[in-house]
Design a protein around this ligand. Structure first.
Ligand code: ADP
Length: 493
């Protein structure tokens, strides 16, 4: 402090007292004082409004105020100002009151000398600085705390908002943090987990792969990853654990869907390759037969026929696979035209007479049925799928009936057979990809026909459904919108 200048506001109406103070301060000369002298309280308050002083030397008897009032007014206007009361009155009560009110010191003019005045000023200044430092420290501390809390909250917000489940475990394997997603995946509430040991909450996990990996993460301080099937929840979890100073940070992700898709793909490849191999086996058998019976024309012809049929079957299956892949990739742009169903169906049946037993198919479609808006190619594939099934799953002596009738602004087309029928539980899933009824397992086909038909119907703004009575027969129906007047007519097919 000795080297710094100290600003002092002297509030003193008595000129000789003021001079005395000034002289005392000059005499002690230990510090450089910048002294501003005013004679009444109103002037003092004005000065304080303009600049801040390190200390105020305040006489309590001033022309505009007297006694404790002087101090009270000063503090009311400028709370926290360091004030040293300098007065002619030696009054102990007043001194105590002044100090209680917040004055730094109370000096009686007649008894004060340069040194005691200096000490008092120094003390007041130091105290003010210490207080300022303390409050700025407190403010900095509070700001740092607020910032730390905000940062913590930001991290919590992130952890709560991410789709992954996140938990933190301490060195005793106790949960110290659990986010909302983790509560969902672990099927336990926050209260059931927090502060609890993971191996006590999930005793079934003791000794599991996850258990071993978690211990490895801690002992080797490495990140570990595992996939675990949780039997109780029939859930596949991907678990990733990172060593952290406080224990382990663990991310959990529900990968059940992905696992199901993988399983599905595996089954799918297995089924498809199995089904594609069946006609190949027949082809190989007949090719061998041809080799062995080169002289027997009849046999050779029969085997060649069987080979052609099997090749066609394989072809149809491969076509179904390609179609279903294309449909799933939405590569389907129907070319909608006005189609007269009666003509369309009879022309189709004539054309496929060599490929299927179309003689069994009876058509009941009125010639005056309004034309429908459909893509003729897609319509043909839908009808072919339904007709093939109807013929395949009914005995050769029964008929298959194709009907169409207009209702509202659409036409309902149905293909009915008197075949084996379909059980209700199968009917519920029959339009799913690769779904086949149990009895049909060994029959030809991949279980894609109805799936494809459904996609094709829907691409033309229609619906498809099946009805059946097991043992009596089945009927599959689909709707097609009646053609809008401006749609161009189908040009042959
Ligand atoms: P696929 O090409 O293997 O025949 P589909 O999707 O066309 O596959 O048919 C799925 C299953 O539905 C078939 O395996 C068959 O069991 C059953 N199904 C379809 N149509 C009929 C029908 N008209 N009568 C009896 N069962 C049928």
């Amino acid at each position: 402090m000795a080297d710094e200048s100290v600003t002092v506001l002297l509030v003193e109406d008595n000129p000789s007292d003021a001079r005395l103070v000034r002289e005392m301060l000059v005499d002690v000369g230990a510090a450089q004082f910048e002294l501003v002298h005013v004679e009444q309280l109103s002037d003092a308050l004005e000065s304080l409004a303009q600049e801040s002083f390190d200390v105020v030397l305040l006489d309590l008897s001033l022309p505009d105020t007297h006694g404790m009032d002087t101090l009270v007014q000063m503090y009311t206007a400028y709370p926290g100002t360091p004030v040293v009361v300098l007065t002619g009155m030696s009054d102990v009560d007043l001194a105590v009151k002044a100090l209680q009110e917040g004055a730094q010191d109370y000096l009686v003019k007649s008894r004060v000398d340069g040194n005691s005045l200096l000490r008092s000023i120094r003390y007041a200044v130091e105290r003010k600085r210490a207080e300022e430092e303390r409050s700025s420290l407190l403010a900095r501390e509070a700001a740092a705390r607020t910032e730390a809390e905000a940062a913590h909250q930001r991290v919590l917000d992130i952890l709560e908002s991410i789709n992954d489940a996140f938990v933190a475990l301490n060195h005793q394997w106790r949960f110290t943090y659990v986010n909302r997603e983790a509560e969902k995946i672990l099927r336990r509430s926050w209260a059931e987990l927090i502060d609890k040991c993971i191996w006590e909450v999930f005793p079934e996990a003791l000794g599991s792969k996850t258990y071993r990996e978690f211990h490895r993460a801690v002992t080797e301080q490495v990140t570990v990853e595992s996939q675990e099937f949780i039997l109780q929840a029939s859930l596949w979890l991907e678990i990733r654990a990172y060593p952290a100073p406080g224990g382990l940070s663990v991310y959990l992700r529900d990968i059940t869907e992905r696992k199901r898709a993988e399983q599905f793909r595996e089954e799918y490849i297995h089924n498809v390759s199995h089904d594609l191999r069946a006609p190949l086996t027949i082809i190989r058998g007949h090719a061998n037969m041809i080799q062995r019976s080169a002289n027997n024309v009849d046999r050779v012809c029969k085997s060649a026929e069987a080979i052609v049929t099997s090749v066609e079957r394989m072809n149809a299956m491969i076509q179904d696979l390609v179609d279903s892949a294309r449909l799933e990739a939405s590569q389907l742009w129907p070319d909608i035209r006005a189609v007269s169903l009666a003509a369309f169906v009879s022309e189709l049946l004539e054309r496929v007479a060599g490929l299927m037993d179309s003689g069994r198919v009876k058509v009941h479609i009125r010639q005056d049925l309004p034309p429908v808006g459909a893509d003729p190619n897609l319509l043909e594939r839908i009808l072919m799928n339904l007709l093939t099934n109807a013929l395949k799953y009914s005995s050769p002596e029964t008929e298959v009936l194709v009907r169409a009738k207009a209702t509202g602004n659409e036409v309902v087309v149905s293909v009915a057979d008197r075949g084996v029928g379909i059980a209700a539980e199968d009917m519920a899933r029959i339009f799913e990809r690769f779904y086949r009824t149990r009895g049909a397992r060994e029959a030809e086909g991949l279980g894609l026909g109805l799936f494809i038909a459904k996609m094709l119907v829907e691409a033309q703004a229609g619906r498809i459904w099946g009805e059946s009575e097991p043992g009596k027969g089945s009927a599959f129906s689909f709707t097609i919108p009646i053609a809008k007047p401006n749609v161009s007519q189908q040009q042959g097919h």
